[in-house]
Design a protein around this ligand. Structure first.
Ligand code: B12
Ligand code: SF4
Length: 439
């Protein structure tokens, strides 16, 4: 029995899928799905960004993972396989949060996590009785997870050999624009640290990228993981909330366990925006500088996730944020706020007639898809791109490189900063070309 699992690429402006020699990060879902598949299946994994899709080969089942941005390309792939009679199942955030559309374009969809339903899907496919919708009736308990099939990764296809590993699922917060709590509900779950360590060892890598939304949502649980990571002598990165700095002991522990790159959702410098999107219980603007300094003090580089286009943003917001960013030497990760289907933001925008279109392949978070309050969509796009380009100027990238070396100097720190500098140069090139900086 032959199974193909595909992670689709984003589409470019001309509608064709983006092709690159090397992608940034390894998509964990496909490797985990392969790990969940019984060994009697012959599994082939394709990252559409870097690999050609074997449309002419025979497969007993094709699985496609899709977030909203990737859904249109996912449907194209589904259609090509279905035309030759191959059954296609789609899973992931988009079919879960917007099942109507995916149901029409695939033979089956999986709503929610694969763990509890995937064996059934495979068995049904084998016996020719695939159902239209599979929905897990509860969340899995994240214990006894199989190791993702890291052995199937072709490292030559990635810019960074940062292997994706997961500790937690979900988030204790529920911001208006975010799909995470819609997908995972209010449950914030953790894997046993021993199983995380098992996966890290299986990856045989020293650079690990946790794909958690917030690796420090409950500090004592984070501390358990960090303790277990210390003997592994790895370097790692993750998204994390600024609240990790509330307990410097745990923050220091994270640094000892190899935490080198923290992606923190600062989002905005305007507290009114935070209130509007339900994030004021997580972020307090007046403490951004002091709290992030604590991260740096422990040798952790801070990448600031920022969003533009909130209802209180004006053109001046870009200048103010740029000055703040340069002064504090944060690596920026800017987005335009985007009403992804299934989120509360989408409902609010739709009710107000502010959603401009439903071409989801354009929902990149790098272009405006709704009517902003104090900009025209074109103006917001233009200011955003200028902000992006300016933030990643060569001068700013070099300043950030030297800045962190002042906080802590050592071989590990030097190599981290060098890798970040190289990444910055690639991002800069991508933004200039008008394509998504990360994929
Ligand atoms: C890591 C990550 C990234 C990384 C890595 C991407 C990569 N190559 O994998 C980077 C930083 C590059 C990234 C970028 C972006 N991301 Co991102 N990312 C994530 C994050 C934090 C984790 C993804 C992950 O690996 N999870 C672990 C795996 C195991 O979970 P999973 O993929 O959901 O798979 C499970 C189920 O969904 C299901 N499943 C999934 N696929 C399939 C397929 C089949 C056949 C079946 C049966 C089941 C199944 O089973 C799996 C196991 O239970 C998620 C948030 C999240 N918690 O998922 C956001 C998330 C997916 N990203 C999001 C977005 C919007 C983006 C960006 C567009 C920009 C942005 N605003 O961040 C870009 C697009 C990049 C691009 N060009 O492709 C949104 C998507 C929203 C939506 N509704 O589509 C999310 C949900 C974040 C959010 N807060 O809303 N991202
Ligand atoms: S804190 Fe982050 S992951 Fe959690 S709901 Fe808000 S945006 Fe989503």
């Amino acid at each position: 029995m032959k199974l193909l699992i595909v992670s689709p690429a984003q589409k470019q402006n001309d509608g064709t899928p983006l092709r690159v020699k090397k992608a940034f990060l390894i998509p964990l879902s496909v490797y985990l799905l392969a790990g969940l598949t019984p060994r009697e299946w012959d599994v082939r994994l394709i990252n559409d960004y870097t690999d050609d899709i074997p449309f002419d080969e025979h497969f007993d089942l094709v699985g496609i993972t899709a977030t909203t941005l990737h859904s249109a390309r996912g449907y194209e792939i589904a259609e090509r396989f279905r035309r030759r009679g191959t059954k296609v199942v789609m899973g992931g955030f988009h079919p879960t949060l917007f099942p109507q559309e995916a149901q029409e374009r695939c033979d089956a969809i999986v709503c929610g996590e694969a763990e509890l339903v995937w064996p059934q899907v495979l068995d049904d496919a084998l016996h020719g009785r695939l159902q239209k919708v599979y929905r897990a009736d509860r969340f899995c308990d994240l214990v006894d997870q199989p190791t993702p099939r890291y052995d199937l990764i072709d490292q030559s296809k990635y810019i960074n050999n940062v292997f994706a590993v997961e500790y937690s699922r979900g988030c204790p917060y529920n911001c208006e624009y975010c799909s995470v709590t819609q997908f995972y509900g209010n449950k914030y779950r953790f894997r046993p640290p021993s199983e995380v360590v098992r996966d890290i060892r299986a990856s045989k890598q020293r650079f690990i990228g946790f794909v958690d939304d917030n690796i420090a949502g409950i500090l004592p649980k984070s501390a358990e993981l960090f303790e277990a990571l210390i003997p592994q002598k790895i370097f790692w990165m993750s998204q994390v909330s600024i609240r990790l700095a509330d307990d410097e002991r745990v923050l220091a522990l994270s640094a000892r366990s190899g935490f080198r790159y923290a992606i923190i959702g600062l989002e905005t410098l305007d507290p009114r925006n935070l209130a509007e999107v339900g994030k004021k219980n997580v972020n307090h603007v007046e403490e951004y500088v002091a709290k992030t300094k604590l991260f740096k003090k422990h040798g952790i580089t801070v990448c600031a996730n920022l969003m533009f286009g909130f209802d209180h943003d004006t053109p001046e917001t870009f200048d103010k944020t740029y000055r703040f960013l340069v002064k504090n030497r944060f690596i920026p990760n800017p987005y335009i706020i985007t009403p992804y289907p299934g989120t509360r933001l989408h409902e609010r925008m739709k009710d107000a007639g502010r959603v401009l279109h439903h071409d989801y392949w354009k929902y990149t978070s790098y272009r405006t898809v709704f009517a902003p309050k104090h900009f025209t969509p074109e103006q917001l796009d233009a200011l955003f791109l200028k902000f992006y380009g300016d933030s990643f100027s060569l001068g700013n990238s070099l300043k950030r490189f030297f800045h962190m070396l002042r906080f802590k100097f050592g071989f590990g720190q030097f190599m981290t900063q060098l890798a970040l500098l190289i990444n910055s140069l690639v991002v800069r090139k991508n933004v200039k070309k008008g394509i998504l900086p990360y994929y």
